[in-house]
Structures are given as structure tokens and as C-alpha cells.
Design a binder for this molecule. Structure first.
Ligand SMILES: Cc1cc2nc3c(=O)[nH]c(=O)nc-3n(C[C@H](O)[C@H](O)[C@H](O)COP(=O)(O)OP(=O)(O)OC[C@H]3O[C@@H](n4cnc5c(N)ncnc54)[C@H](O)[C@@H]3O)c2cc1C
Length: 458
């Protein structure tokens, strides 16, 4: 994208006069974009702290006139590189979070993180369908479909969205529901920011005050036995049971229990709703594989669901790799442990497989652009790009993902594939979905204002 003309002081004044929110240029104190993944370079022409959908529409119109693009930023958990050809819409001030306990819904602004919704819903015994990390933004998460710790029981979180307000690349403010603008409602759930910038969502809340959940942490020297036992157990689980397995190399730092730090451990995560006693029985075979270093699974308030994965909350420079697996035979476990097991010397902090299937694989009542629902497992690698392991992380991630290629579907889930590379983005969708998303994007963004970052364009 080239800027159609050079921008000067008059342009910044024009932008400031057209929006109510603050506009920051690189020398302004409000310009730096905080975000979870600090390895992502974010150097836009300007940052706008939008106050409402009208502000977003004004930024989009300005960018269209100037031949620029508009990227959206919330928490920085999944952003891509942003350069000086873009204006960033920062959504943090879109902070409405209203729970309606009668209707069991929450109306949520695009700047809100899941923990805020969890805390607002908990007093009513209600549960929003967040992901593993509750500091992730609601809008960004749902835009990628969203899979949470209960995904096999409830399906993708975006299947539980009721209404989405979006500003398109043409600057139109549109409410999309299954009945109103259904094609946008379809594409906004899975298409990331391809079809517009979400300003507000309304989602269902489930009557789930409590879950049975947490993680068993095992010594990594027994990884071979544990991973095979987990595979045998997990692939036979009923849909009320949800699990993931992670090979963890956690550093010694505040918040990491000493017995888990500075060594390889294997975490078997578990989450289930319904009869909590049944879940203890379902988990029993994994508890019996060998004595865990730490058994942190039991009844817990739903609002504490973030404790299951215990994802980090502080900003850090990370590199992620992702794949979807169709199977996990013994050869695949051999390959995984060759790359990341006890004798591998892997520099990766987390290598996680989440069990899919169950409700995730069902055709949702209202179809969406979230694809690859037939995958059996996700595979995610996370490495910290900090000394002394920084140099090894990218290579080890590539080796792990490539080593699993024989069992990969070739697809990715959009929330685990943050990239500006069209070839990577294309892997998130099947052929029809790619075509439909690109056609809808052309229809609603005639000047290509949103043609930046993780979008699916022709
Ligand atoms: C520690 C960690 C745990 C995670 N766990 C899960 C999980 O369990 N399940 C899961 O599905 N994902 C998970 N993710 C991925 C996460 O859902 C995505 O990275 C998501 O894009 C983050 O959105 P954000 O707004 O918080 O981040 P940002 O980096 O601010 O935004 C990322 C992208 O989301 C899109 N986006 C954000 N806001 C909007 C908006 N208002 N309108 C349209 N598009 C928007 C844009 O494409 C943007 O580039 C996790 C990520 C991390 C780092």
C-alpha cells in the first residue's frame, strides 16, 4: 500500500478535528502501543483512542481519502506488525460491559477483556465463554472464532454471539445478527478484521457458576508415558470432558510454583461442567498414570477459569507456531518428543495440544466463517524471544511444527495464526470461505482501507 499523497500538519489537524478521541503521533506520550506480545513492531502513522463507532468511521473515512490503511489494536495478544502506512484504531476506551441476568446476555465493548465480563457475570451465576487467557480481548477473540477450555462441550465461543456492531472499510456502522446482515454476521465470526472493526458484541451467558477444572503437572522425565496415556484417554472422552496437554519449560520467576520452574513438566489440563463428581471419575485414569508433582484440579468458581491454563499476563516478546492435527498415532508422539521432549534441548516454553471434537465439530445453528471444525487437535508452540534462548526459539518452533507435518491438516485456526502473510492467512479457511470473505470484503471496503494485517483478501 502506498500513501497517495504526503501527509502534513494540516492532515493531522484534519484527523483531530474529525474524531472525538485523542489522536497521537509518534512524538506524543500517548503514541506507544502497549500490548501482550512486545516482539510485534507497531509504528503506525498515528494512533486514535476511539470513543465510539462514529470515531472509528471517521478514522476509516480519513484513511480512505489519504490512501492509508487502518489496523485495530486492543490488548496485543495476537497483533501483527503495523507500519507508517496505517492508522491504528485503539479500542481500550470502548469499555461498556453490561450483564442482563434475565436475558442471560452481556453487551461488551471492543476494548473489554474477558476477565471483566467474568467478574460482571459471576454474581449472577453466569458464565461468558472466554478462552484460556482471561486477559485476551473479547472482540479480537470472537473475531477469530474463539475456542475456550469448554470448547468440546459448548462449541466455538463465537457460536454464542448474538449481535455484533461493526464499522466497515466503507465507514458504515452496521449491526449484524443472524437475521440482520447475516452475511456479515457469518464472516465477522472467524474472519478476524477482514470485514470491519467490531465496536460492540452481545454474547450469551451460560448458567455455570462452578466447574471442575485445573491442571495435573507431571515430571517431564516421564513425558513419553504421560503423552501416550493422555492420547489414549483423551481420544475416548465424552464431550462433557475437555482437556489439553502441554509440555512446559517454565522459568524461575514470581508466580511460577518452584516445583514447576526451571525444568520440563507436562501439564494435563481439564475442564468440565455439569455433575462435578462425574468429572473426578473421568479424570481418575490420568491421575493414576503416575504421581503428579502438583494436582491442582477440583471444583472452582467459573470466574477463576483462567487458572486452568495459568497463561502469563505480563507483556513479553513471544514467537508462536501453530498447526491442526487430524490424529496422534505413536509415530506422531515420537516426532513430538524428538523435537520437544526431555532430551531434545528445546527452547520452547510451551508446546500445547488441545483436544477438539465434541460440540466444536458440530455444524453450528448459525453458520460462521470459522473453518477446520473437523480437526482432532490443535498444536501450538510458544517461545520467549529473550536471552539466553531467543536465538533458538524460532528454529525449534519450526522444527516442532514441521516434524508434525504428516499428521497436520494443513489448516490453522485464525486465533492461533496471527500473520500478515496472505499465504498463512489463507490456511485458516477452506476454499469457499476464502472466496466469500474476500468478496464480502471487496463489497464493504471498496478502497481497501482494511487491507492490512490478518485479513483474507483476494
Ligand atoms: C496467552 C494467550 C492465550 C490465548 N488463548 C486463546 C484461547 O484459549 N482461545 C483462542 O481462541 N485464542 C486464544 N488466544 C489467541 C487470541 O484469541 C488472539 O490472539 C486474539 O486475536 C487476541 O485478541 P486481542 O484483541 O486480545 O489482541 P490484539 O492483538 O489487540 O488483536 C489481535 C487481532 O484481533 C483482531 N481484532 C482485535 N480487535 C478487533 C476488533 N475490535 N474488530 C475486529 N478485529 C479485531 C484483529 O485482527 C487484531 O489484529 C490466546 C492468545 C494468547 C497470547
Amino acid at each position: 500500500m502506498t500513501i497517495s499523497r504526503s501527509l502534513d500538519q494540516a492532515d493531522i489537524a484534519a484527523l483531530r478535528s474529525t474524531v472525538r478521541g485523542a489522536v497521537h503521533r509518534p512524538t506524543d506520550p500517548g503514541y506507544p502501543i502497549d500490548g501482550f506480545n512486545v516482539a510485534v513492531s507497531r509504528r503506525p502513522w498515528a494512533v486514535v483512542d476511539v470513543l465510539d463507532a462514529d470515531d472509528v468511521a471517521a478514522v476509516v473515512a480519513f484513511a480512505g481519502d489519504a490512501g492509508m490503511t487502518v489496523a485495530v489494536h486492543s490488548t496485543g495478544h495476537g497483533g501483527t506488525q503495523i507500519d507508517g502506512h496505517s492508522i491504528v484504531v485503539r479500542t481500550g476506551l470502548l469499555d461498556v460491559c453490561n450483564v442482563d441476568p434475565e436475558k442471560r446476555v452481556a453487551r461488551i465493548g471492543a476494548g473489554v477483556r474477558w476477565q471483566t465480563v467474568l467478574d460482571a457475570a459471576a454474581p449472577h451465576g453466569l458464565a461468558p465463554l472466554c478462552g484460556s487467557s482471561t486477559t485476551v480481548g473479547v472482540a479480537g477473540f470472537l473475531s477469530g472464532g474463539g475456542i475456550g477450555p469448554l470448547v468440546r462441550t459448548v462449541g466455538a465461543s463465537s457460536d454464542h454471539a448474538r449481535s455484533i456492531t461493526v464499522v466497515t472499510g466503507d465507514g458504515e456502522i452496521i449491526i449484524a445478527t443472524p437475521e440482520l446482515n447475516p452475511e456479515l454476521f457469518w464472516g465477522l465470526r472467524g474472519g478476524k478484521a477482514t470485514l470491519g472493526i467490531i465496536t460492540e458484541v452481545t454474547v450469551d451467558l451460560l448458567p455455570v457458576p462452578e466447574i471442575y477444572g485445573g491442571a495435573l503437572y507431571f515430571d517431564g522425565s516421564e513425558a513419553d508415558r504421560i503423552v501416550r496415556a493422555w492420547r489414549d484417554w483423551a481420544l475416548a472422552l465424552p464431550r462433557v470432558a475437555n482437556t489439553s496437554l502441554a509440555l512446559l519449560r517454565l522459568p524461575e520467576m514470581p508466580g511460577v510454583p518452584p516445583m514447576l520452574a526451571g525444568r520440563l513438566t507436562v501439564a494435563v489440563r481439564y475442564a468440565g461442567i455439569g455433575d462435578l463428581a462425574d468429572h473426578a471419575e473421568i479424570l481418575a485414569p490420568m491421575r493414576a498414570v503416575t504421581t503428579p508433582l502438583l494436582d491442582a484440579v477440583g471444583p472452582m468458581p467459573y470466574a477463576a477459569i483462567g487458572a486452568i491454563h495459568a497463561d502469563p499476563v505480563d507483556p513479553m516478546p513471544t514467537h508462536e507456531g501453530a498447526a491442526l492435527l487430524h490424529d496422534l498415532p505413536d509415530d506422531a508422539i515420537d516426532a513430538l518428543l524428538d523435537a520437544t521432549g526431555p532430551t531434545s534441548g528445546s527452547a520452547l516454553t510451551v508446546v500445547e495440544m488441545r483436544l477438539l471434537g465434541g460440540a466444536f465439530a458440530d455444524e453450528p445453528t448459525v453458520r460462521s466463517a470459522l473453518c477446520h471444525r473437523d480437526a482432532a487437535l490443535t498444536l501450538t508452540t510458544i517461545g520467549v524471544l529473550a536471552p539466553p534462548i531467543a536465538e533458538a526459539v524460532i528454529g525449534d518452533s519450526g522444527r516442532t511444527i514441521d516434524g508434525m507435518a504428516p499428521w497436520s491438516t494443513g489448516g490453522r485456526l485464525p486465533n492461533f495464526a496471527a500473520s500478515s502473510d496472505p499465504a498463512v492467512n489463507a490456511t485458516c479457511y477452506d476454499d469457499d470461505t476464502r472466496s466469500w470473505l474476500a468478496a464480502l470484503a471487496d463489497q464493504h471496503d471498496r478502497r481497501g482501507v482494511l487491507r492490512v494485517g490478518q485479513v483474507m483478501r483476494a
